[in-house]
Design a binder for this molecule. Structure first.
Ligand SMILES: NC(=O)c1ccc[n+]([C@@H]2O[C@H](COP(=O)([O-])OP(=O)(O)OC[C@H]3O[C@@H](n4cnc5c(N)ncnc54)[C@H](OP(=O)(O)O)[C@@H]3O)[C@@H](O)[C@H]2O)c1
Length: 399
């Protein structure tokens, strides 16, 4: 699957690459990023290979990240228009100013104007609420964002690092008010961080939000450079990685290494391929501080893991989830929307509106089950067994 194999982001018409270029490391202002020159090389290489999706935030590297993107691509209309530039608001760049961040109307409008100026563009393709602001009513945030969309300054909206119940409230409110709603969800998701599978991922599937995982290598812990053998020896520029280097991580890395060798690949590529293979994931936000890391990570799109490889990785890293447990018991013949999670092996090819019957083995039922479903969306992406589609379940029964 090449980088130019674009997918629609959630239930929207926005086409993005399966790997998004994370720009949190653009600039050396915090002591561990890439230089301006190397950031430019990273962008050029990503774009040359067909990548079209760049993720930054107003406060990454003290705003330098946005400026590097603006200087290199934002101010060149021909390059800029081919890209999907995403940035975020809510980070406060003005210590002491209570309206310098958050998601109140005053803060959002000024954050947007400042990001547009640094990015040197007239519009932001995807504007993310970076963190939920508990002190601002969500109606105020959504109304202000809708105004930015109507003014042509923003094309699409996304939400990051916010509880599922608040996102559901935001989108339902927006839908019934006729406002723009969130089409993307940005969450930490990797083999070492899977608690998002309890609420956030099912919420995203239900509401049609395209998932864009961040820190897919857990900040580098799953890159392959940290192993049990070199524990304590490898220099760690990013100190927050220390807490991730433990027995569980080393065991996962060893399992990834075995799979990588079988694919003639690398640990980082296999770890990224696992994230990409998870249902609901539209585009994985990769981090690359060095050009060589980018080259390595981009090749993950060619790694397709088998169910024999995915199964043990899943079992080793499956999170302990809280209450309520996964829906099951009372409705044995209606496995809720679990079919959606298990649609990967589905071999049917239908067009929107057509009906189809598919034989699936679901993780929840563990028996072959015939699902009767109606296709309700265009193909999202192709994972080798045919296009992934969104389905409306009409009925099901034993095979
Ligand atoms: N919404 C949010 O709250 C949020 C939070 C965090 C990140 N993000 C977004 O997600 C993007 C990615 O996050 P992340 O940087 O944490 O991703 P990550 O992929 O988990 O970690 C990236 C780091 O891993 C190491 N690395 C990556 N590829 C490697 C390779 N092939 N070989 C060896 N080491 C490798 C590098 O560490 P070294 O620097 O040590 O070399 C690199 O800086 C960010 O740029 C940002 O756009 C969003």
């Amino acid at each position: 699957m090449p980088l130019g194999h674009y997918v629609t982001l959630g239930r929207s018409g926005l086409r993005v690459s399966p790997l998004c270029l994370g720009a949190m490391t653009f600039g050396e202002d915090l002591g561990w990023g890439s230089s301006v020159e190397e950031s430019q090389q990273i962008m050029d290489r990503y774009i040359d290979l067909g990548g079209n999706f760049i993720d930054t935030a107003n406060f990454y590297t003290k705003s330098h990240s946005e400026k590097i993107i603006g200087d290199h691509v934002g101010r060149h209309p021909a390059r800029r228009d081919r890209l999907v530039i995403a940035t975020k608001f809510s980070g406060n760049l003005y210590p002491g100013d209570p309206n310098g961040g958050g998601s109140g109307r005053k803060s959002i409008v000024s954050a947007c104007e400042n990001s547009l100026r640094r990015l040197q563009t007239d519009y932001i393709d995807l504007y993310w609420l970076h963190n939920w602001d508990v002190h601002t009513p969500i109606e105020e945030t959504m109304a202000a964002l809708d105004d930015l969309v109507r003014a042509g300054k923003v094309r699409y909206l996304g939400v990051s690092d916010t509880p599922a119940w608040k996102i559901a409230e935001a989108n339902v409110t927006a839908r019934f008010r006729g406002w723009s709603a969130f089409i993307g969800l940005q969450i930490e998701y990797s083999l070492l961080e899977r608690t998002v599978e309890q609420e956030l991922l099912p919420m995203a599937r239900e509401l049609g939000l395209g998932v864009t995982p961040w820190s897919p290598l857990k900040g580098g812990a799953l890159s392959g450079k940290y192993t049990r053998a070199n524990a304590g020896e490898v220099k760690r520029d990013r100190q927050f990685i220390e807490s991730s280097l433990n027995e569980k991580t080393y065991a996962v890395v060893e399992e990834l290494d075995v799979i990588a060798k079988a694919h003639d690949s690398t640990v980082a590529r296999v770890a990224l391929a696992w994230v990409r293979a998870q249902p609901g994931v539209s585009s994985t936000i990769i981090g690359a501080r060095r050009l060589a890391q980018l080259e390595d990570n981009l090749k993950s799109v060619d790694v397709n893991l088998t169910s024999e490889e995915l199964g043990p990785l899943d079992a080793r890293t499956r999170p302990t989830l809280g209450f309520p447990p996964e829906p099951a018991g009372p409705f044995p013949s209606l496995p809720q929307r679990r079919y959606d999670r298990e649609r990967r092996p589905c071999p049917v090819h239908v067009r929107p509106g057509e009906g189809a019957q598919a034989l699936l083995t679901t993780r929840s039922l563990m028996t072959p089950t015939v699902f009767s479903a109606r296709c309700v969306s265009r193909p999202q992406r192709d994972v080798g067994n045919g296009p992934l589609l969104s389905w409306e379940l009409l009925g099901c029964g034993d095979a």
